[in-house]
Design a protein around this ligand. Structure first.
Ligand SMILES: NC(=O)c1ccc[n+]([C@@H]2O[C@H](COP(=O)([O-])OP(=O)(O)OC[C@H]3O[C@@H](n4cnc5c(N)ncnc54)[C@H](OP(=O)(O)O)[C@@H]3O)[C@@H](O)[C@H]2O)c1
Length: 267
């Protein structure tokens, strides 16, 4: 157990996922967690579901927390920092998951002395299957950050310079897989299957492929070759993708996501 008071500023998709992981893996107890969100109905729901405490405002949240998890949108950061800053002490640890927001920017907003863990989880956090990149300049804070995010999946420690790449790969990554599922389902319907048949065929295929890739010692390229017999159906499909330069297009998509992460980071 962490045995620290943890405050969640913002409890949307990600905040709730991290919170559920902390409780589910018994990293923290409900009595040590307090939540504040600008949407009151959300707070009522969270309190009822997780039996955690709530705060009436940001000041109260910070006063009663050792660790504050910033789980708001980047555009809400400056307004939140104006309210939080007067209550922040040197002992507080800020844990930020804000896409594109650097530790330097957090220190600019909250004070140069502030202790920070920067993390980039992904939507998998909502089912305990995230991968989270975590960084901090202090060893003990990094350990705390790793402990927190181990609740919602795998953890990878990386220097901050890689965070734009991580944002483009694993942060946005679930959407790339969802898009492929979406396209395959559309094709299934075009080929005459019902929507529910299409969903079952495609989602179960995606799940099986993801589990095989995760459990196999072999790289994805070998697994792909194994289902691609010469002159067969898979080869026909993959050749079409290669002819349309799918690998190049996908590379450009990732590069543009990295570029956008950098732009967002500049504010
Ligand atoms: N979603 C992802 O896949 C993902 C992945 C990695 C990192 N992130 C990062 O995680 C952060 C949260 O994303 P999310 O998807 O969880 O967003 P979200 O669902 O919109 O949750 C944020 C919540 O915080 C509330 N809020 C806004 N300002 C607040 C304030 N000052 N105090 C308390 N609550 C406040 C929001 O209310 P309103 O809706 O009224 O503004 C909303 O309920 C973002 O910074 C994002 O960059 C997200």
């Amino acid at each position: 157990m962490l045995r620290k008071k943890i405050g969640f500023l913002g409890c949307g998709n990600m905040g709730k996922g991290i919170l559920a992981g902390l409780l589910g893996k018994r990293i923290a107890s409900p009595g040590d967690i307090r939540v504040y969100d600008v949407i009151p109905e959300k707070l009522v729901r969270i309190k009822r579901q997780f039996k955690v405490k709530t705060a009436a405002n940001m000041g109260e949240l910070v006063k009663h927390s050792d660790i504050v998890v910033l789980a708001i949108k980047p555009q809400d950061l400056s307004a939140a920092s104006r309210e939080i800053r007067p209550n922040l002490k040197a002992t507080h640890l800020l844990v930020t998951i804000l896409a594109g927001v650097s530790i330097k920017r957090i220190r600019k907003e909250f004070g140069s002395h502030v202790r920070v863990v920067r993390a980039m989880p992904n939507l998998g956090a909502t089912i305990g299957e995230a991968v989270t990149a975590v960084t901090s300049s202090r060893k003990s804070d990094l350990k705390t950050g790793n402990h927190i995010f181990s609740g919602c999946g795998a953890v990878l420690n990386l220097p901050e310079k890689y965070f734009d790449a991580v944002t483009a790969l694993s942060g946005s990554g679930p959407a790339y897989f969802f898009h492929l599922i979406e396209l395959m389902e559309k094709e299934a319907v075009r080929l005459g299957l019902s929507e529910s048949q299409a969903r079952l065929l495609v989602k179960q295929t995606a799940k099986g492929a993801a589990l095989l890739a995760c459990h196999s010692e072999e790289p994805a390229s070998i697994l792909r070759q194994r289902v691609t017999s010469k002159g067969g159906t898979t080869e026909a499909a993959l050749n079409t993708l290669a002819k349309g330069n799918f690998p190049g297009l996908f590379g450009r998509a990732i590069s543009n996501a990295v570029k956008r992460a950098k732009e967002l980071g500049r504010g």
